[in-house]
Design a protein around this ligand. Structure first.
Ligand code: BG6
Ligand code: MG
Length: 213
C-alpha cells in the first residue's frame, strides 16, 4: 500500500464543527460590535483559539489587554461548547462513517490530528471516542498549524514515518502543516483548491479513489 496511516483533521473533515466555530466567533464578534464574516472565518481554519481571536480582533478599533483577550476566548469557547453539547452520533454522516470503516477494514492505521482542545469532547459526542488508533490534538501541542507538530505527534503515536501517512485537511494552514512535516496531503472543502496538496477531494468518500482498499 502506498500509505500505511491516514491522519484526519477533525473540524470540517470528520464532522461539520467548523460551522459551529463560525457561529460561536460570530456571536462573540457581534457582542463586541466587530465585523465578522465567512471570509474572515476561513482564515481561522486550523489555527489555535488564541491566534484565531487575534484575527477576529484585527477589525476592532479597540486594543485589548491579555486578560480581556483571555475572557473573550473563554466566552467563544462557552458558546462553542453549547453547540457541541447538542451533537450526537447522528451528526456523523453515513458517508464519513462508511468510508472510515472501509479504511479500517483495509488495515490502514487511522489517527486524528486536530488543533482543537475540544477534540476528546467532540469525538465522544459523535461516538468516535474509541475508534481511532491515535488522537493528537490541541491539548498536546505547543505550536498550532501551519506548524506540523500535531501531525508529527500523530505519526509517532502510530509508529509511522510522515512519508508513509496521508493527511486529510480542510484548512490551508493544515495543508501547509502537512507539507512542512513531510506528509502527503489530501485537501477537501475550503482547502480543496490548494495547489500544495497531492489530492483534491470533492467529497470525503473520494479518498477511496486514491487509496487501495
Ligand atoms: C481547529 C479549527 O480544528 O481547532 C480552528 O479549525 C480552531 O478553527 C482550532 O480555532 C482550536 O479549537 P478549540 O476547540 O481548541 O477552540
Ligand atoms: Mg479543519
Amino acid at each position: 500500500m502506498k500509505y500505511q496511516g491516514i491522519i484526519f483533521d477533525l473540524d470540517g473533515v470528520i464532522c461539520s464543527t467548523d460551522e459551529y466555530h463560525y457561529q460561536a466567533w460570530k456571536r462573540l464578534a457581534d457582542n463586541l460590535k466587530i465585523p465578522f464574516d465567512r471570509t474572515i472565518n476561513n482564515r481561522l481554519r486550523g489555527v489555535s483559539r488564541m491566534a484565531s481571536l487575534d484575527i477576529v480582533l484585527e477589525k476592532s478599533e479597540n486594543r485589548y489587554t491579555e486578560s480581556e483577550k483571555a475572557v473573550f476566548s473563554e466566552m467563544k469557547n462557552t458558546y462553542y461548547r453549547e453547540l457541541l453539547g447538542r451533537m450526537s452520533p447522528e451528526d456523523l454522516s453515513d458517508e464519513v462513517k462508511e468510508t472510515l470503516v472501509i479504511l479500517r477494514n483495509a488495515h490502514y492505521k487511522l489517527a486524528i490530528g486536530s488543533s482543537s482542545k475540544n477534540t476528546p469532547y467532540i469525538l465522544e459526542r459523535i461516538g468516535l471516542n474509541v475508534f481511532f488508533d491515535a488522537v493528537s490534538d490541541g491539548n498536546q501541542i505547543t505550536h498550532s498549524k501551519p506548524d506540523p507538530e500535531v501531525f508529527i505527534k500523530a505519526a509517532q503515536m502510530l509508529a509511522l514515518k510522515p512519508e508513509d501517512c496521508l493527511v486529510v485537511e480542510d484548512a490551508h494552514a493544515g495543508v501547509e502543516a502537512g507539507v512542512n512535516g513531510g506528509f502527503h496531503v489530501a485537501a477537501i472543502g475550503d482547502a480543496s483548491t490548494d495547489s500544495r496538496a497531492d489530492y483534491s477531494l470533492t467529497s470525503f468518500k473520494d479518498l477511496l479513489k486514491y487509496l487501495e482498499t
